[in-house]
Design a protein around this ligand. Sequence first.
Ligand code: NAD
Ligand code: TYD
Length: 351
Amino acid sequence: MINKKTILITGGAGFIGNHLVRRMVKNYPNYQIVNLDKLTYAGNLENLKDVEGYENYHFVKGDVTDEKFIVALFEQYQFDGVIHLAAESHVDRSINSPMEFIFTNIVGTVNLLNAAKKSWGDDYSDKLFYQVSTDEVYGSLGATGLFTEETPYDPRSPYSASKASADHLVRAYYHTYGLPIVISNCSNNYGPYQFPEKLIPLMINNIKHKRPLPIYGDGLYTRDWLWVEDHASAIDSVYHKGNIGETYNIGGNNEWTNIDLVHQLCKVMDELLNRPEGSAARLITFIKDRPGHDKRYAIDASKIKRELGWEPTVQIEEGLRQTAQWYLDNADWMERITSGDYRAYYAEQYG
Ligand code: NAD
Ligand code: TYD
């Protein structure tokens, strides 16, 4: 018998969400995929043009913080599963205005948990609430060590604290009510369709326009980078094969200091733009550090490899080239999203 399911994906018009929605719609024609998104500055339906016409894809515009609306949505669709990505996701914005992060990331998650619990009643068979989270909940590492699933939470920015709160609540619904949940905590993603407030697309856009490349502090902060489609495939694995109540760390085994990563990107951009070697690197400008800047994130992803057979597939050199090429090929997309509000944000953040 064909396994039919109706799955709610929240935040599907955002960066990671659009890659996940595309994968689920195309790979599982027997599933109905409902994409719920508020379409904030970070959500863009243009990202999903290629799946708009699929019969098993449905878009609903709405806000996860709107309790009545969420309950009605669960009544209408009778979801079998929820993959929850909708969030305010940018650390710098969370420093400038935390409240939106509290509403969307915490209250929004609890609304979804309550609606799932109500809709599923006493019958949790074949149901799943999947919370997509970040490695930033674990805090900041020194020069050595890796985040494992047992690392205690120690969030240090309003963004990571709001994600940590949401994760705790998701686990609380598992322990208290038996709600079938799973959580994954992933490292920094990169690839097409990322909003240019985040490091890599911001640098690509600035290199293209010969603007300064703002590096916070000494640039020696370290992140573990993962190709976004590898994250989407990891979410697919966890959704289908993960054990209820468990946490899975997802990472790229791919640590770079910000300054080395930007130098690598500069090299790629000079080649793609046919500019003399060193042109982009000359734009590098060290600026005031981010308050509470986490020194290093690095993931031990051995559990998901051992238990679910998932591994990253794209190496950073190849992924950076593909990403840079995608942004150059999609100049109109970039142009549209960097007009209007983006300019005001950029002026406030970078002066
Ligand atoms: P994003 O900011 O690109 O997209 C977030 C999406 O959520 C947008 O489409 C936005 O419109 C939507 N949204 C925001 N508030 C909403 C609300 N109140 N109701 C409904 N929709 C709302 O974020 P992303 O980078 O795609 O991240 C997606 C998820 O993955 C987040 O939960 C984030 O914490 C997590 N995550 C991201 C990364 C990363 O590197 N980007 C790494 C690990 C985990
Ligand atoms: P970001 O993409 O905001 O992701 P996160 O803070 O969630 O890891 O930033 C990645 C790293 O790059 C982080 O150490 C901050 C740094 N950074 C800069 O140095 N300059 C910038 O303009 C931005 C946006 C980030």
